[in-house]
Design a protein around this ligand. Structure first.
Ligand code: NAP
Length: 435
């Protein structure tokens, strides 16, 4: 057997302790697969005394993860602390400067600084690996970078945030509202105390920006991602979606178009026969379309100690085997800067819900606005009539530019018979591509 691969681990929380546990349990099998052992030499976290459910007494302890990046006797540094800047970024930079490759699960860091960090690593002949940063245990980074490398990627989309998927699934199954289900998710540990990164779509947008770079050979461009979360989705919309034959999912969608890269995260209505409609609860799924392979679908657990440790260790095994692939599929210095396609140019069909007072003339006003803005209706649903009270009017449209829909929504909101902010959800025509 070759010399062992020595690793140091910064961060011993859910992911870090999961990695220690996985290497303890599966170490001998992994050594046989790599032809060498993977040995933990040093660890760092804030609190030395905390019980982490794994034995760390045989490893050198560092109070300071930056000193560990510089001084630990290791070939690979695992950054499992988190955060888009600050200590996580400093640790990676010091590790590279000290000749260590880096494995991280930190999507915020890669989404904001992925290109620059990849350049630092590649200039020194070192690795930067981040499989765990996108969709947890699902090997979608490796699939894009290696398994699908012969294809031109035309399109990718997916459910990239387990917390949102759990909430939307629970809202549909129980008929409860967002806030109620969110607090249950927090109690069960599926949502953070501050859930904004998840429910406002930022976490999914981090992952989408990374996938986009891998798919289209462009610099990681989180800043230009259109992001909309799920706070405004109501139980009523979920019920109507069901009636119309749809599920509501928070999707990340990336596509190369003549107007630039489409990179958007928002709630979508997807047909029940789409590959993501039945991916429920905390599960993630990613669909990637290649011009020769057609559609490929990846599904699994997007978070948690086991799934994330599985992805981190897969990266370590590649390094132990001496496998070197450019961080984003092509050398980082050659990643191109592509502009984002403006959201107002988005063309698609839309679900619109208005809460209106059932008075004479209401429908004439709605029809007038739609006609002025050249929005053509595909279907309309109106439920119970109860004079004096507001009733929902639900429409789906044929394909139309987003700008027209926004103008129509603005004009609907001006009528005093429209009593709540008009709601809009984009309908995403996601089906498996046949080639
Ligand atoms: N949890 C998941 O399911 C999951 C999935 C995919 C990706 N990720 C990513 O993986 C990374 C880690 O997530 P996690 O859930 O494991 O986080 P976590 O449970 O909060 O653990 C963070 C660890 O970092 C340590 N730490 C924080 N600040 C530090 C500092 N200044 N110096 C030294 N150590 C420090 C903490 O030490 P103490 O324990 O002593 O406080 C803790 O051990 C994040 O980037 C996250 O986005 C997580």
């Amino acid at each position: 057997m070759s010399d062992p691969l020595k690793i140091s681990i910064a961060g011993l929380g859910t992911v870090g302790a999961g990695v220690v546990d996985l290497l303890n349990q599966n170490g001998s099998q992994i050594s046989r697969r790599c032809g060498r052992e993977i040995v933990i030499t040093a660890v760092s976290a804030r609190d030395f005394k905390r019980d982490r459910g794994v034995d760390i007494s045989n490893f050198d302890w560092f109070d300071d993860p930056v000193s560990m990046a510089r001084d630990a006797d290791s070939n690979v540094y695992l950054e499992l602390i988190g955060g888009e800047d600050g200590i996580a970024k400093e640790c990676c930079e010091v590790a590279f400067a000290s000749g260590k490759s880096v494995v991280t699960a930190n999507k915020a860091l890669i989404a904001h600084h992925g290109t620059a960090l990849a350049i630092q690593a590649e200039q020194r002949g070192l690795g930067l690996a981040y499989e765990a940063a996108v969709a947890g245990g699902i090997p979608v980074v490796k699939s894009l970078r290696e398994g699908l490398a012969g294809n031109k990627i035309t399109d990718l989309y997916g459910i990239l945030n387990g917390t949102c998927n759990y909430i939307l699934t629970a809202m549909r199954e129980s008929g409860r509202e967002f806030e109620d289900v969110l607090s249950e998710a927090q109690t069960l540990g599926y949502a953070e105390t501050d859930p904004s990164f998840d429910v406002d779509g930022v976490d999914a947008a981090h992952k989408l920006a990374i996938l986009s770079s891998l798919a289209f050979g462009c610099q990681v461009n989180f800043g230009d991602t259109y992001v909309e979360g799920i706070r405004h989705i109501s139980a009523l919309d979920i019920r109507f979606a069901n009636e119309l034959g749809y599920r509501i999912k928070l999707l990340g969608v990336a596509r190369a178009t003549n107007d630039g890269i489409v990179q958007r995260v928002h709630p979508c209505m997807v047909k029940l026969d789409s590959p993501v409609a039945h991916v429920e609860g905390i599960y993630n799924a990613v669909v990637v379309e290649g011009n020769f392979v057609g559609s490929t679908v990846y599904e699994g657990r997007g978070a948690g100690a086991g799934a994330t440790a599985s992805a981190v260790v897969a990266d370590l095994i590649d390094i132990a085997r001496g496998i070197k692939t450019p961080t984003f599929g092509i050398p980082a210095s050659e990643l191109v800067s592509l502009s984002a396609a403006p959201m107002d140019c988005h063309v698609g069909s839309y679900y619109i819900r208005l809460m209106v007072l059932d008075r004479p003339g209401v429908f004439a006003n709605i029809a007038g606005v739609l006609s002025d803005e050249e929005v053509s209706m595909e279907a309309i649903l109106q439920r119970t009539r109860s004079p004096g009270e507001s009733v929902p009017v639900v429409m789906t449209t044929h394909d139309v530019e987003e700008e027209s829909i926004k103008r129509a929504l603005y004009r609907f909101a001006q009528y005093d018979t429209v009593v709540e902010k008009p709601r809009m959800i984009r309908v995403e025509p996601v089906t498996l591509q046949k080639i």
